[in-house]
Write a protein that binds this ligand. Structure first.
Ligand code: ACK
Length: 993
């Protein structure tokens, strides 16, 4: 058997490993393993290379070429391929699979044996004529090909045939086709397969764009930029592009297409939305289900159309449910006093599915009747004032001022929402007719009001007295408000003369004034409005130094206290200049001298902000504690600046003290550190059993800490909530007394707390309550109850006096108001003041005279004290020391606490003090308003179907119908009391619902 014959056997073994190795980014020009017929390759000389064709299992030919003339010298055997068409190729690759025998493995081989062969090519535009003589010099050499592996001896001595694969780039090929030629110079070779191919980037879909087959550049370092075309129902966003690299790979995808409206992406394409779904904007989002009350019937819906009777406002997004106009407002009621007429109603039962509900109040004046007995109605006078306004109201109440007396007004209230304008059907109005007979009577007795003079904070007014008033004028009432702020609040003052100096005003501000007289027959109508402005804030005036004498007088049932305080007013600029020169100690002495209240015998609070360097205030008022004396045991809460922990203070030679440790978390800024320590420099000035005691601070090492006495029962509000109904009234009064002691001390020192609330009172193990939470920054930033006011400040609305909300007038009198709220919180075991009412509604209802009703089980005396603390006129509120002595009297004489508000069938108030509570038409409405709707069926099942019937209910009745939660019982009974009072008032005043 010849050497070539032995190779045949080996080749036969190889055929199974031969397979089509073309990948998707290769375009094959020739593959000898895939040629089914003759290959028609030529050999020169004819007996050099041998063409051997074997058949595989599927009877397909395997074309191989062998040569092995290793014993004979001067071999030059050529094998030439057929003509291969170039097609689109720019760079052509030849992959050769072959075996090449190691010369050493052939016995007796001479030095003629070679282990390489050469690859050549020749390009032509057309195949060469068959008769063309083979001329090796026509061919260009591509490379000499050597084997990576030849026959290799294994460890066991077997000889293993290795198949080599070599790939060479041929070209550049520029003509239509080419020939390949393999030159053997005396090696033992079996050429098993030859594959000729070029590379291309295959057509593809990327980012909803399609890219065609692309042939890479001849120059392997540059990429071919290809622009994609968006797939059907897609649109271009950023031009989609891909770059085709030399290896046939797509690189750098840029830009993209998105599915058009009505279509969504599905497996790289854009498919239509199904009926019932829609897509209104082009983008790669999914189709959405039609919103409520709308539908789409076809494929590829871009919008869902509103069902009959439902609408979409112009500005409504297409994703929003279709809506309809609201039904009419419910339960419209009116209430009138001397100066104002109030309308209040409840929202419609059907809001139409929208939240943008507003109300319009339309007014008609219906005076007398014409000759036919018909009532004559006309539009109301234009100067009728609606507060906040007549149209586009967002709340459910309005106040009406400057109405004529003895007149019948009919008010129509309509509810509108964003789709009301799209519906032509009749407007749904609710109306009420009011006769203003009871209001201020008689014509205005004051004509022109003159401004005599004004300063930055006061205006002097005068007017002339009528020569012959119809009845004697008892006094004048001057009502005024800031022109810009009229809807928020107004103030009034009374005088017996025809002039007044209105003080407490803001500089450069226009105020509106009007005056009415009170005669024996009641109030007359108001004069017209007059507008006057206060003087500008002129710094030069203060430069000269002025002495202001402030007189604070208390009137009403409590004592009169006059405090004379001297202030040296210095402008901010001048103050800065003096501050820089004055030593801190010197300055403090000056301050103490000027601010000390001579007769109180108590030291005065010093505001740390008046220190040039606030850390000096800390040094002065707080002891520095050695950090190793503090043993932290556990975290008990989170404060504004960091964690609050509990632990011990273990000072050598002293007993351990339980302490709470407030920490300043890391990463703070200087301002945080100052604000944090500010509280310590305030607290450090106080020494009272009902004020939380400061043990000291750690400022010289980290973390910065404030150490205060530990209060076992934590904050009062949460403490009471967890102990609902568990204390006697005397115990509750004891807690209130403690708070009053602390607050008396603070107010005597001239400190205004501004955030007095049960959450800021701490309780120890003996139920002693102590005031905590000092430093205004906490009021402004930390208190979650604090809300922004129209003036930009942050205030805990429910606890704050109206004058402090309206124009920032914080004082001990505003602290008293907050104390009244704390009383209410305590007596209701931590109930939220004004329940779920919004802050805005709280402000409005307080302004209209509403006050919190007595909590269940609250002694009448305590509720009266609360009402006293909530006097609109701050000067008429009690002082803390008066509150304290009042509580002391109650404690000494506990029988005064026995009369509970629930027991009083007709709890008599003067009309001014009368809690003003909304009136309701049905039990359901009433329960809705106090958020107790879940008990509607209990009331009905218990036979309580009218407001009259519930007005006599006792706490036992409420329990009997199945209201088990004590908090709910309390809320319902409080509301019934108010309702009872109101019904009583209606009966007395003949007020019409
Ligand atoms: O209601 P609490 O337990 O009482 O949760 C808060 C928490 O830390 C965050 O302020 C508690 N806390 C604050 N100061 C003290 C204190 N001196 N003694 C005990 N608990 C305190 C407060």
């Amino acid at each position: 058997m010849s050497t070539a014959g032995k190779y045949c056997v080996l080749l036969f073994l190889l055929k199974s490993i031969l397979s089509d190795s073309a990948t998707s980014n290769q375009v094959v020009l020739l593959d000898t393993t895939a040629v089914l017929g003759e290959l028609d390759w030529k050999t020169y000389p004819v007996n050099g290379w041998d063409a051997i064709t074997e058949m595989d299992e599927q009877n397909r030919p395997i074309h191989t070429f062998q040569v092995c003339h290793v014993m004979e010298p001067n071999q030059n055997n050529w094998l030439r391929s057929g003509w291969i068409q170039r097609q689109a190729a720019q760079r052509v690759y030849v992959e050769m699979r072959f075996t090449l025998r190691d010369c050493n493995s052939i016995p007796w081989v001479s030095g003629t044996c070679k282990e390489t062969f050469n690859l050549f090519y020749l390009q032509t535009n057309e195949p060469l004529p068959a008769a063309t003589r083979f001329r090796p010099s026509d061919y260009s050499k591509v490379d000499t090909i050597a084997a990576d592996e030849s026959f290799t001896q294994t460890d066991l001595g077997d000889r293993v045939l290795r198949l080599n694969t070599e790939v060479r780039e041929v070209g550049p090929v520029t003509q239509n086709g080419f020939y390949l030629a393999f030159q053997d110079v005396g090696a033992c070779i079996a050429l098993v397969s030859v594959k000729v191919f070029y590379k291309r980037c295959p057509s593809t879909l990327r980012n909803l764009a399609s890219f065609p087959d692309t042939v890479p550049h001849m120059d392997s370092s540059s990429l071919v930029e290809v622009r994609g075309a968006c797939v059907e129902n897609a649109e271009e966003r950023d031009t989609p592009k891909l770059y085709c690299g030399a290896d046939g790979d797509w690189l750098v995808p840029l830009g993209h297409c998105i599915c058009s409206i009505g279509h969504e992406e599905m497996d790289g394409f854009c498919g239509a939305c199904n009926p019932g779904f829609f897509k209104a904007i082009a983008g790669n989002t999914k189709c959405s289900k039609c919103p409520l009350h709308s539908s789409s019937h076809d494929q590829a819906g871009t919008l869902c159309h509103c069902d009959k009777g439902f609408y979409r406002a112009l500005k409504d997004p297409t994703t929003m449910a279709c809506t309809r106009p609201p039904s009419a407002p419910r339960n419209l009621v009116s209430l009138i006093n001397d100066t104002a007429l109030f309308l209040r109603w409840m929202p419609p039962s059907d809001l139409g599915g929208r939240k943008d509900i507003t109300y319009n109040v339309l007014c008609q004046r219906c005076d007398g009747s014409d000759g036919d007995g018909m009532t004559q109605c006309e539009a109301c006078e234009p100067d009728l004032r609606f507060i906040p306004r007549a149209l586009g109201l967002t709340g459910t109440s309005v106040a009406i001022l400057d109405f004529a007396s003895h007149t019948n007004y009919t008010f129509h209230v309509e509810a509108m929402n964003g789709v009301s304008g799209l519906v032509l059907s009749a407007r749904l109005l609710t109306n009420v007719t009011v006769n203003t007979q009871q209001a201020g009577s008689g014509p205005a007795l004051v004509g022109i009001i003159n401004k005599d003079w004004s300063t930055q904070d006061s205006i002097a007014l005068s007017w002339s007295e009528m020569e012959q008033p119809p009845s004697e004028i008892v006094e004048y009432e001057v009502k005024y408000y800031e022109k810009e702020q009229e809807q928020l609040s107004y103030s009034s003052t009374r005088t017996k003369s025809t002039s007044v100096v209105v003080t407490g005003l803001r500089p450069s501000t226009v105020y509106v004034f009007h005056v009415r007289a009170r005669t024996a027959a009641g109030y007359t109508a108001y004069s017209s409005n007059f507008e006057f402005e206060t003087a500008a804030d002129d710094p030069d005036i203060a430069d000269q130094g002025q002495v202001l004498v402030m007189v604070t007088a208390s009137v009403g049932g409590f004592s009169l206290l006059v405090i004379l305080t001297l202030f040296l007013l210095i402008t901010g600029r001048c103050q800065g200049y003096i501050k820089a020169r004055m030593k801190s100690e010197e300055k403090r002495r000056t301050r103490l001298h000027s601010e000390h209240v001579p007769f109180s015998g108590i030291k005065t609070y010093v505001d740390p902000d008046t220190y040039e360097d606030p850390t000096q205030a800390v040094e002065e008022f707080a002891k520095e504690i050695v950090p190793s004396y503090i043993c932290i045991e556990r975290v008990i809460g989170a404060g504004e600046f960091g964690e609050v922990c509990s632990g011990y203070l273990r000072i050598p030679g002293r007993m351990d003290i339980s302490v709470a440790i407030k920490t300043l978390k890391g990463g703070y800024m200087d301002q945080h550190r100052r604000d944090f320590l500010r509280e310590a420099s305030i607290m450090g000035q106080f020494n009272n059993p009902n004020i939380i005691r400061l043990e000291g601070v750690v400022t010289n090492s980290r973390p910065v800490m404030i150490v205060v006495e530990y209060m076992e029962n934590g904050a009062l509000d949460s403490f009471l909530r967890t102990r609902d109904g568990q204390f006697t009234v005397l115990q509750l009064v004891g807690m209130l007394r403690g708070i009053a002691v602390g607050m008396t001390y603070l107010s005597d020192m001239g400190y205004v707390h501004r955030d007095l609330a049960a959450r800021n009172i701490l309780v120890d193990e003996n139920l002693v309550c102590k005031v905590s939470d000092f430093g205004m920054s906490r009021v402004l930033e930390d208190d979650s109850e604090a809300a922004y006011t129209t003036t930009g400040g942050k205030i805990p609305i429910r606890w704050t006096a109206p004058e402090a909300i309206a124009y920032g007038k914080f004082s001990s009198a505003s602290d008293i108001w907050s104390y009244g709220i704390v009383m209410w919180e305590v007596m209701s075991y931590g109930e939220r003041p004004y329940w779920e009412m919004s802050n805005q509604d709280v402000i409005l209802s307080i302004d209209e005279g509403y006050r919190l009703p007595a909590p269940m089980g609250c002694p009448v005396t305590l509720h009266q004290l609360m009402l006293h603390c909530w006097q609109k006129e701050w000067s008429q509120r009690p002082r803390f020391n008066e509150v304290l002595s009042f509580l002391d009297k109650l404690t000494i004489n506990p029988s005064s606490l026995l009369t509970l508000v629930n027991d009083v069938q007709s709890y008599s108030h003067s009309p001014e003090e009368l809690p003003d509570y909304p009136l309701f038409i049905s039990i359901g409405d009433w329960l809705d308003s106090i958020k107790m709707s879940q008990y509607k069926n209990n009331f009905l099942a218990g036979g309580y179907t009218t407001l009259d019937s519930i007005s006599t209910m006792s706490i036992e009745d409420i329990r009997r119908i199945g209201v088990c939660l004590i908090g709910h019982q309390r809320r319902i009974i409080s509301s019934i009391q108010s309702l009872r009072l109101q019904l009583h008032h209606i009966q007395q005043s003949g007020f019409q619902v």
